[in-house]
Design a protein around this ligand. Structure first.
Ligand code: MG
Length: 409
């Protein structure tokens, strides 16, 4: 328990504490020690960083990926070690631990079960783990309603839309407009993109994020996943969701209303903004972040996304139209193909090609199907992973890291 935390401090539990979202969340918490108290942390294999976080924030429960990590943590912390749990059960324990808000900061499908556990335990959730909504948006929405908890978006685009919708009537919304930076390959030709290295794909112009999401930004798959996330978070049908490329990443997204009025949320690109809003909602914290100076910014540019060079965006709309499990299939195929690309030796366009082939094969058999429960989604996810791995076999991509390793948390 943090010695500085005030009596009315909001108690936080973090899933993915050593990843990009986790670290930035703890940086906000460190700036407002009387506002927040960290009760639980879940990390993967970065035991050294987790040990530092434990010394600083004093959670009463932590979890790591493996037994070896738990042993190392006990050695490092000695008598100062909190309760330590391991693996999938450890993630669930952290999700259900005593807290007012759970920060879902894992990357990929691994965050699905613990996020659902947090909701079922009656915790409000600050959601950065977009795959949860991508894989099972309708199901998660029902669970949120049943539990009577709040789902606060951390993704910058969805935070922007959430802010633009505040005080508005749902029936007055005409459409949601998500902005996309366009990523590092925005101005590259198809031939140049085909030769892109891992390092070039990881060189995002505006945002500081983990490797998986940075690759997704380069392919526009990230924006596609965010379209699916928006569809379920805000209950808006796909025909009323648009994407516009905005290279400066200052307008974080917009909402158009039936009277033609458009509300946008602006700010310098810094994830601490949306993270802090989710942590402190409905209040705002006086953050030490770079301020937007419009005269210095000078201009804001917008362009239509090029879905020929970046086919992943259209795949997201195809998945939304294809049935309830299709987005989970697309997401799983993408996790496998991105991990293969990150491992090296694979051409960048093969990510989109693999994703498309897996989705098409699924839609051939299952178009329009609904899902009854999480087990069906997990089965679709597993099928898609197997199919993607089959397609990528012999690509010379070498062994692939697990999602947790890829995300650095
Ligand atoms: Mg985003």
């Amino acid at each position: 328990m943090s010695a500085e935390a005030g009596r009315n401090a909001r108690r936080l539990s973090l899933l993915g504490s050593t990843g990009s979202i986790g670290e930035q969340t703890l940086s906000v918490v460190a700036d407002f020690p009387d506002r927040f108290q960290v009760t639980a942390l879940a990390a993967g294999r970065n035991v050294a960083l987790l040990a530092e976080q434990i010394r600083r924030f004093r959670p009463t429960l932590v979890s790591v990926a493996e037994d070896a990590g738990a042993r190392e943590l006990r050695e490092r912390l000695g008598a100062d070690a909190p309760e330590i749990r391991v693996g999938a059960a450890g993630l669930i324990a952290v999700a259900e631990h005593e807290a007012d808000l759970v920060v879902a900061g894992l990357v990929g499908a691994v965050g699905m079960a613990p996020t659902l556990a947090a909701i079922r335990a009656g915790r409000d959730v600050a959601l950065a783990n977009k795959e949860v909504m991508v894989m099972a948006g309708a199901l998660v929405g029902r669970e949120v309603e049943r539990a009577g908890v709040r789902l606060l978006p951390v993704d910058s685009e969805h935070s922007a839309i959430f802010q633009a919708l505040a005080g508005q009537r749902a029936e007055d919304v005409e459409k949601l407009i998500l902005t996309a930076s366009g990523g590092p390959f925005r101005t590259w030709s198809a031939e140049e993109i085909a030769k892109a290295t891992v390092k070039q794909a990881l060189d995002h112009p505006n945002w500081n994020m983990g490797p998986k999401i940075t690759i997704d930004s380069a392919s526009l798959m990230n924006k596609g996943l965010e379209v699916i996330e928006a569809r379920w978070l805000f209950g808006v049908t796909p025909d009323r969701i648009e994407v516009v490329v905005h290279p400066q990443s200052i307008v974080h997204s917009l909402v158009e209303f039936v009277d033609g009025s458009v509300l946008a949320q602006l700010g310098m690109p810094d994830m601490r903004g949306p993270i802090a809003l989710a942590l402190s909602h409905p209040e705002r914290l006086p953050l030490q972040v770079p301020r937007l100076d419009l005269a210095t910014a000078g201009r804001l540019d917008f362009e239509t996304p090029d879905t020929k060079r970046f086919p992943c965006l259209d795949l997201a709309f195809a998945a939304l139209a294809g049935g309830e499990a299709a987005p989970a299939v697309l997401n799983a195929a993408n996790e496998v193909s991105v991990a293969a690309f990150l491992a090296g030796g694979m051409a960048f366009p093969r990510i989109a090609a693999t994703n498309a082939a897996v989705l098409d094969a699924w839609l051939d058999e299952h178009r329009g199907e609904t899902v009854a429960d999480l087990a069906e989604i997990e089965a679709a996810d597993a099928w898609a992973r197997g199919r993607a791995e089959q397609l990528l076999d012999g690509s010379g991509a070498g062994p692939r890291p697990t999602q947790e390793e890829a995300s650095g948390c």
